[in-house]
Design a protein around this ligand. Structure first.
Ligand code: HEM
Length: 208
């Protein structure tokens, strides 16, 4: 019931929508695609390691190099198309501007200090703190870098200008590896925090 401008209904207010449906769908498709890309990429790496170690086969995907490449290329399409949808909608709807900007160094230092001393507030899920903003922008850029460096080593003849921009085929392989490592490091922090703040996980599933 409404009298004047006051809403007197007794029904509890529905919590505000934090993540629209397109964010949730692209987020979870991305999580599956990246899981397949990273674990199959480790198996591909093992066929010709850049460093003095290999990834244990128990945590890598694919029965040998050829099989791992099939997984890697299949998930690549999912990752790229889904990523393009997310980035296009993030820019077009103004979500990136509203939720990820600005990132002020002083606020990053303040929020990092608060997070490490357990004083960071999680009351308002609709506003990302400065550390989240920095990490989300960083991982989106790492995603762009991993795709471009991947393209350079997949089609080094067709996209030779791009491969040259990375400093050649071998350098592009290192860039691809370190972009993967940055994403994997992000995921360790990101998944730990999602578990520590379960209502943020619920919001990424239910929207509210
Ligand atoms: C099991 C895996 C994952 C879990 C449990 C998870 C969980 C979450 C949660 C709970 C949020 C909302 C944070 C908040 O509202 O405070 C979120 C947002 C986000 N996650 Fe994940 N995530 C996962 C995988 C990934 C992956 C693989 C990436 C990319 C590398 C990623 C990138 C992001 C980004 C960029 C956002 C912000 C989205 C936006 O607001 O537009 N996440 N994630």
């Amino acid at each position: 019931m409404t009298i004047g401008s006051a809403d007197l209904s007794l029904a509890p207010a529905r919590p505000a929508l934090v993540h629209p449906v397109w964010v949730r769908i692209t987020h979870w498709i991305n999580a599956v695609a990246l899981f397949v890309m990273i674990t199959s990429g480790w198996r591909v790496y093992n066929a010709s390691p850049l460093f003095g170690f290999e990834f244990p086969s128990a945590i890598s995907l694919g029965d040998g190099l050829a099989d791992a490449l099939l997984w890697h290329f299949a998930a690549m399409w999912l990752f790229v198309v889904n990523g393009l949808v997310y980035v296009t909608l993030g820019l077009a709807t103004g979500r990136f501007r509203k939720k990820l900007l600005p990132v002020r160094p002083a606020e990053v230092v303040r929020d990092l200090g608060a997070a490490l001393t357990g004083k960071l507030s999680h009351d308002d899920l609709s506003v990302y703190n400065a550390v989240q903003r920095l990490l989300y922008i960083g991982v989106i850029l790492a995603g762009v870098l991993v795709v471009l460096s991947g393209l350079s080593i997949w089609k080094p003849v067709q996209v030779q200008e791009l491969t040259a921009a990375f400093g050649g085929y071998d350098a592009a392989r290192y860039v691809h590896f370190f972009a993967m490592a940055a994403i994997a490091a992000f995921l360790v922090i990101h998944i730990t925090l999602a578990i520590l703040v379960p209502k943020s996980l619920r919001a990424m599933i239910m929207g509210r």
